[in-house]
Design a protein around this ligand. Structure first.
Ligand code: AP5
Length: 231
């Protein structure tokens, strides 16, 4: 398969609570991209009590990473589905996962266009995640008690379902997730820097400001691809 230069294939990298999921949802809509969140896929497997979900739950509740072998297969089978490209949110998270992704794309004669790095202080992460509430019916409806409160307390604006706090959003688990990020995921910054596709963003900006910045950058990237393809 020849590389489609007009498609956007993008990785969102950053600590838990940096706002990757919030931005991924907005950008997927802007550019008609497939949004693949490994966290959301795993939580669905946990809710359905599948074999994968049962295995993953123990790791997730403690704030540890689920083993690469389970995650890589889960993503590989989905990346072909986005015709106009994809946004990977929460994957890769280890150098092993990044190498496996690179091999999977190479087999399809594809490559990534960009890795967007969300930079934010640990203490701001703790504040964001301890105030996060998600819809109990559709966990992609995300709120924050202070920064993005629902209109009615503890009720989802979009479907009226009660809001809940994620299991792993307790302070002790948030701090463990941050440690895991610094140890196992941060090495990906130099991995993607070496490949010349890393773009850094100050993720403590407001949702709207950050969205405008990234949207403009991705629009420019897509245009470059279209010009290169002579579209
Ligand atoms: P996952 O679900 O991927 O969690 P995470 O990376 O820890 O990311 P979060 O969803 O917590 O944060 P986010 O950056 O998306 O922030 P959000 O937009 O929600 O993973 C969970 C677990 O699954 C892992 O711990 C691991 O066990 C397992 N797992 C997943 N992927 C794996 C992999 N590849 N390998 C191995 N294991 C894996 O925003 C957070 C809050 O802040 C919200 O309340 C939001 O409203 C608010 N907010 C967002 N943006 C702003 C802003 N600009 N200003 C103010 N508030 C904001």
């Amino acid at each position: 398969m020849a590389e489609d230069q007009t498609a956007l294939r993008v990785v969102l990298l950053g600590p838990p609570g940096a706002g990757k999921g919030t931005q991924a949802r907005l950008l997927a809509e802007d550019f008609h991209l497939l949004h693949l969140s490994t966290g959301d896929i795993l939580r669905e497997e946990v809710a359905k009590e599948t074999a994968l979900g049962k295995e993953a739950k123990g790791y997730m509740d403690k704030g540890e990473l689920v083993p690469d072998s389970l995650i890589v297969a889960m993503i590989e089978e989905r990346i072909g589905e986005g015709k106009q490209g994809f946004l990977l949110d929460g994957f890769p998270r280890t150098v092993g996962q990044a190498e496996a992704l690179e091999r999977a794309l190479q087999r399809r004669s594809l490559s990534l266009n960009a890795c967007l790095l969300f930079e934010i202080d640990d203490e701001e992460v703790v504040m964001r995640l301890s105030g996060r509430r998600v819809c109990s019916k559709n966990p992609s409806h995300i709120y924050h008690l202070q920064f993005d409160p629902p209109k009615r307390p503890e009720v989802c604006d979009q479907d009226g379902a009660p809001l809940r706090q994620r299991e792993d959003d307790r302070e002790e688990t948030i701090r463990r997730r941050l440690e895991v990020y610094h140890q196992q995921t941060e090495p990906l910054i130099s991995f993607y820097e070496e490949r010349g596709i890393l773009r850094r963003y100050n993720a403590s900006r407001s949702v709207e400001e950050l969205h405008n910045l990234i949207r403009a950058d991705l629009a420019a990237l897509r245009l470059e691809g279209e010009l290169a393809a002579g579209a």
